[in-house]
Ligand binder design. Structure first.
Ligand SMILES: Nc1ncnc2c1ncn2[C@@H]1O[C@H](COP(=O)(O)OP(=O)(O)OP(=O)(O)O)[C@@H](O)[C@H]1O
Ligand SMILES: [Mg+2]
Length: 273
């Protein structure tokens, strides 16, 4: 098994029908009147039920890309198309886990999860059992009436994950969801996410700084360059599922990790001298 590296510029096509099309999407900001090119044109598809990780250095535009896909900010050029619909306003049939957990301090755990339902004007009573079941699934049973300030960082991220899933969206966008967690909690969260994904097979765009996390979870890993972010390479991850933590020490996994690391080193990142 080799770590297949595609060269930049080569077509990036999903093996499955596209669920999300990111076509020549570009983003420039204008902080204090100064032009800042966050993303150079990015083109790739997410196939139906595919898990795609994006790994890239800090500031390369990962969060920007996620916000563009969710329709939360406008593109400067190019377009995002989800299930044939061009995204020009916030897309609602999606679950988003932001880089900060963004729980509301004055709502209980259960009410934070049900926020999705409230803002959509759906029937709270219908979704409460789903919310409770999701919380149980990620080990938060018994804490439904707690407030975010009474939880650990790992618990808060689990609640944020439940909130993204409670309305059963077909698409999940996750921005560094486990970045602030200790290593052990992070391992567990990755395993939990894998289990949830294997059960529901949603289409997932997962953003991370962590090379192993990106490889462990994904069908494909998109490696981004430093800002202005563009696609440096794409790896198809051909490892059987469910993946086990011990696989991180396997030669095949090591080859994928080395391929990503070498990309970063080629950009002058991860200097060892
Ligand atoms: N609202 C904004 N206004 C102006 N510039 C912005 C804005 N949001 C992001 N940027 C700039 O765009 C670039 C990319 O930011 P972004 O948050 O997308 O990076 P990132 O890859 O998510 O970084 P990190 O890994 O640190 O979260 C940065 O240089 C940042 O300063
Ligand atoms: Mg970010």
């Amino acid at each position: 098994m080799t770590a297949e590296l595609r060269t930049p510029g080569s077509p990036v096509e999903a093996a499955r029908p596209p669920f999300v099309r990111i076509a020549g999407v570009e983003k420039a900001y204008r902080p204090r009147g100064r032009a800042l090119q966050a993303l150079d044109p990015i083109t790739f598809d997410l196939g139906v039920g595919e898990f795609v990780s994006i790994v890239g250095p800090s500031g390369c535009g990962k969060s920007t890309l996620l916000m563009l896909v969710a329709g939360l900010i406008p593109t400067t050029a190019g377009e995002v198309v989800i299930q044939g619909q061009r995204i020009i306003r916030p897309y609602t049939d999606v679950g988003v886990v932001f880089q900060q957990d963004a729980l509301l301090a004055w709502r209980s755990v259960l009410d934070n999860v049900l926020l999705q339902i409230d803002v959509r004007g759906l029937d709270r009573r219908r979704y409460e059992p789903t919310a409770r079941a999701l919380l149980a699934r990620v080990g938060i049973s018994g804490f439904e009436s707690y407030y975010p300030g009474e939880l650990s960082g790992g618990m808060r991220q689990r609640v944020a994950l439940c909130r993204a899933l409670v309305h059963d969206p077909p698409l999940l966008l996750m921005d560094e969801p486990f970045g602030a967690l200790d290593a052990l909690t992070r391992d567990q969260m990755v395993l939990d996410l894998q289990r949830l994904w294997l059960e529901a097979r949603k289409t997932v765009l997962f953003i991370t700084h962590s090379i192993w996390e990106a490889i462990f979870l994904a069908d494909r890993v998109v490696v981004m360059s430093p800002r202005p972010g563009r696609i440096a390479s794409v790896l198809e991850i051909d490892l059987p599922r469910p993946r086990r933590l011990g696989m991180r020490e396997s030669p095949a996994f090591g080859r994928y990790a080395a391929a990503v690391r070498q990309r970063f080193q080629a950009f002058g990142l991860l200097s060892e001298t």
